[in-house]
Design a binder for this molecule. Structure first.
Ligand code: URA
Ligand code: SF4
Length: 210
């Protein structure tokens, strides 16, 4: 089955070596259509890891995580919650952009959620990043990030905004889940409420770091 493991360097490595190796990953079919691997980045000594789903269109073009609209909202929400985004490490559960292009959307590439198989295939990269970082806290952004950590039964609506022990095999102390900033961007009239909910969950994370 799909699996990144053959591409992941041995355990005593660092983030630069992981990033370089991940650039050549062919562990699942997603590398074929995307421009390139979007690996995590941020402070090597970060206490907090922000975990998204997968790179979006702009991230794919620029090769960096959370540099598009969702990333801008995430930065603002972190600041509003008292978390300095420059002190975090930012990454995604899946490291290649998955998308569809349709007639109806013209040249626009529309994000498509990764399958459970792709999520599982890519997990060795996340595990390797966490092995190096050993953060105090992971902030899981949205259902896919939660599933990458806790399995397919994870329900973000039930688990959000509470401090949880990190699951077996995940080298972090604790996890707080919340909604994905893209969900706020997609929301209509509820947008302000959803943004406030995101910030409230991030405050739980901020309090855990005090
Ligand atoms: N959404 C994500 O989940 N990750 C990114 O890097 C950008 C948008
Ligand atoms: Fe490898 Fe993950 Fe990209 Fe699939 S999505 S090719 S497992 S880096």
């Amino acid at each position: 089955d799909y699996d990144a493991t053959p591409f992941v360097p041995e355990k005593d490595t660092d983030l630069d070596a992981l990033r370089e190796a991940a650039a050549a990953c062919e562990g699942c079919p997603l590398f074929r259509e995307a421009s390139g691997t979007v690996f995590g980045e941020g402070r090597p000594g970060a206490r907090v890891v922000l975990l998204g789903e997968q790179p979006g269109d702009q991230e794919d073009r620029r090769g960096r995580p959370f540099v598009g609209p969702a990333g801008r909202m995430l930065r603002r929400a972190c600041e509003d919650a008292g978390i300095d985004p420059d002190e975090t490490y930012v990454t995604n559960a899946v490291k290649h952009f998955k998308f569809v292009t349709t007639e109806e959307h013209g040249e626009r590439r529309i994000h498509k959620p990764p399958s459970l198989r792709e999520l599982t295939a890519c997990k060795p990269w996340l595990a390797a990043e966490l092995h190096v970082l050993k953060p105090e806290l992971i902030i899981a952004l949205g259902a896919t990030a939660g599933k990458a950590l806790y399995g397919s039964g994870f329900r973000v609506t039930q688990e959000r905004g509470t401090l949880r022990k990190a699951p077996e095999g995940i080298e972090a102390d604790e996890v707080v889940a919340t909604i994905h900033p893209s969900a706020v961007l997609r929301a209509g009239k509820d947008r302000d409420d959803m943004y406030e909910g995101l910030v409230a969950d991030l405050r739980v994370a901020a309090a855990a770091l005090d």
